[in-house]
Structure formats: C-alpha cells, structure tokens
Design a binder for this molecule. Sequence first.
Ligand code: KIV
Length: 371
Amino acid sequence: MGTFYNALLRLRCSASLVSRPSVCPSPQFLFAALRHFSNVPENSVYGGPRPQSPEKRVTLSHLRQKHHRGEPITVITAYDYPSAVHLDMAGIDVCLVGDSASMVVHGHDTTLPISLDEMLVHCRAVARGATHPLLIGDLPFGTYESNSNQAVDTAVRVLKEGGMDAIKLEGGSPSRITAAKAIVEAGIAVMGHVGLTPQAISVLGGFRPQGRNIASAVKVVETALALQEAGCFSVVLECVPAPVAAAATSALNIPTIGIGAGPFCSGQVLVYHDLLGMLQHPHHAKVTPKFCKQFAHVGDVINKALLDYKKEVTDGSFPGPDHSPYKISATDVNGFLNELQKMGLDKAASAAAAVAEKMDKSKLPNGENSP
Ligand code: KIV
C-alpha cells in the first residue's frame, strides 16, 4: 500500500505541477481516489498500479475458488456507507447494492420506482465503505430492457460512476440473455437472477414463488443454464423450492446464490434490513419475507434509543457535563461577561455566569470533563 500510495502521490503531484504548480493533493484525496477504483486488477500489466493484496478485495477468482472448494459464498445487500462498513468488518464475500433499496430505503412498495441516478448514489456510498467484498450493482427496472446497447450503457455507468465491480440483472427472456451476453462482451462481469424476479411483478402477478410446478421448475433450470451460457459468473435463485435450487446448482458450473431457495445453493444472500430485523413498522413486519431469518432485532434497539433520547432531551438530562466538551477559561468567561454587560445584555451575562459556575462544579477531580 505504501509504495502504491507513494507512486500515486508522485503521479498526482507531477500532473498537478503541470497545470497548477502550487497544488499537491492531500493524502485524504489520494486515498479517496484510490478507493474510487474498486476494480484494481489482480495482476498488473505494463507497469500499471501495483495489484492490491490478495486478501484485500474479493474477485471473481476468489469466488470461483470458494465454489470449487465447496465453501458457501456469503452475500448481503448494502445501500450506504455505514451498512457497507459493517459488511466489510464482517468479512462478507459479496456486497450487492440491490434495487431492494427502492423498498427498504426509499419506502416504495416495489423495486420498480428506483432510478439509475438514485442507484448510483447508493453504489458510490457503498464503494466508499466496503474495501473487501466484491461489489455488485443491480441494474434498475427501465434501464436495460429496451436493447443490448441500453443495457451495456447502463452497466458501464454502474462501474464507472458507481464504483462497482460487476452488475446484476433480472430475468432470462431471450432479450435479457442477449443483453447479459453483450454486457459480458463489453468486459463487465454479470450476475443473473431467476425465479422470483421482483422487477417482473406486473407479469408474475405479485411477489410469487416460482418453480412450483414441472413447467416452472424446468424453466428456472433452463434460464439459469442460458445465463451461464451467456457468460454470467453467478446466478441468484430467488424464492424457488429447495429441490429446484439443488437441481440448478448441480446443473451449473457457476455458483448459485439462494434467497428463499433452501440450503442447497453455492451461497446465500439476504437483504440487510430484513436480516437485521431493522424495520419494525407493522407494514414492514407484514412484507418481510417468510424465508428471512432475523439475526437481530436492530429495529427494537433503534426504537428504544430514540425514545430514550426524546425523554432525556425533554427532561433536560441530555446533554449533561459529559457531553458538553468545549471549554472556555475562567478568565475568558469574566472578559466575556464584561463584554456582554457593555453591550447591555445583562440577562445574557447572568445566564452565562450561572452556567459557567454550574459547569465548574460538575468538573471531574483532574479539572477536565470526560471527553
Ligand atoms: O435487490 C435485491 O436486494 C436483490 C436480492 C434480493 C437478491 O436482488
């Protein structure tokens, strides 16, 4: 990292010397720039930037190796900087910036309304927070269905402007397969998504599980195979019976990632807010999918914290001395009081004097309030 950073610094400094001799970018700027390019190559060619260390960023080869070793791949969605940092710290393999953001972040009833520009904001925030997982950005509804050119253009934006490593698209109609192939040919890794594809609720007639009769089960497997053939590196299987997911997993050479598809997939994905039990509103309790295990009840913790905050602000116990850290010396308080009196603000001077005395009494033995 040190050498790479120094090389970048030299590069940036010499470039800026040409245009603006006095400007040399700060380390923060350089790290931000460095982070922006999440697709740092595994192997460098032609003396480009040094590759990042193998444990740093999960790549498609890591996923392939895990898959070959039969180790389950972990995937979780994230939509912003803090959720991305949490995934990073947990060592999750893949971070999916899903269009489920439309529902769990923006409060829509479906995934359809979210725009590409909104998705890109989520992608960029996640890219700033997650340094380890492979980053996948969902192509939102209405941004890739028209033709392959539109699909490639959108996928390119997700990588260039969103800082993602790969994209995901839903469905397996012939036009989607063609689009997936075109995106892979444009040099962008694609994850497929079959079974319940929420962007298609209009034709599916709602959020309905798929593969529950012979024709539908066969279609799930056929579609997954077609996506593999198109060059996808992995396929999400959503809301299909476990035997159907097992068949698809066995038929494919690429990893399957299940959600509501039972345990016989190559990996699992859940939506961040669902698995954390974050949305406690009755409406969300109703729409949290049956297959989702809540690994925590974070929503309850948030509700309690907000009620406690409200109570303490209302009864005046927050902020107390521990959370009022900024000091003014006794000499300066006296000077300040004199100035206030000169300004005719006697009442303000008395208020300041009373508080200075009160805060002084609440000082810790060493003369400082706690941080
Ligand atoms: O948008 C999303 O979160 C997804 C997952 C449910 C796979 O597509």
